[in-house]
Design a protein around this ligand. Structure first.
Ligand SMILES: [Zn+2]
Ligand SMILES: [Zn+2]
Length: 178
């Protein structure tokens, strides 16, 4: 959790399982296909009987898993880019062209913050915004003294210790709907 950013990234607090649900079915199917294909390649296409079985098993499994992971990654990117206002095909091409997962690493380093719509006026709001830039609607919970992100359930600001209950701004967050 070495997040040096002064603003807590509310997007990254979405659980890993939530993110996995983004992966489309076709990419799961492609992953299974890639796994089976790599197995076929290792055991049928290049049956190398000079190497010990353990080594062959190791390479067959690890390369198949990598290929499957790659398919899942591309599937994830096709779903993740639209909600960040990024161009999907560019990133898919980058991931396919750059070998050994470099494209995927680049993607996670360079991807834009999540974009949502302001509930009041429909303007695009990035995930680290506290207020809509067009209508000042409060879209995420913020400390009333230091204005950094707080969790809706926190009683005190984790950055400055401010008593959040004493904020008489429209709750800490009036966009919090569920
Ligand atoms: Zn707005
Ligand atoms: Zn604070």
């Amino acid at each position: 959790m070495a997040n040096q950013s002064p603003v807590r990234d509310t997007a990254s607090s979405a659980t890993f399982v939530d993110e996995l649900h983004l992966i489309p079915r076709w990419s799961v199917a492609a992953a299974v296909f890639a796994f089976v294909g790599m197995q076929y390649f290792f055991w049928e296409v290049i049956p190398n009987h000079h190497h010990p079985i353990g080594l062959r098993l190791y390479f067959a499994i690890s390369w198949s898993l990598l290929a499957a992971l790659y398919m899942l990654m591309i599937g994830y990117i096709t779903r993740d880019t639209p909600r960040r206002g990024m161009t999907t095909w560019q990133w898919v091409v980058i991931c396919v062209v750059l070998p050994t997962g470099i494209g995927a690493v680049l993607y996670f380093l360079l991807r834009q913050p999540l974009i949502s719509l302001c509930p009041a006026c429909g303007t695009h709001v990035e995930s680290e915004y506290h207020f809509c830039p067009q209508c000042a609607y409060q879209v995420s919970a913020a400390c009333g003294r230091c204005y950094r992100s707080v969790s809706i359930t926190d009683l005190y600001c984790v950055y400055c210790g401010h008593d959040l209950a004493s904020d008489n701004r429209p709750a800490r967050l009036h966009a919090f709907s569920d």
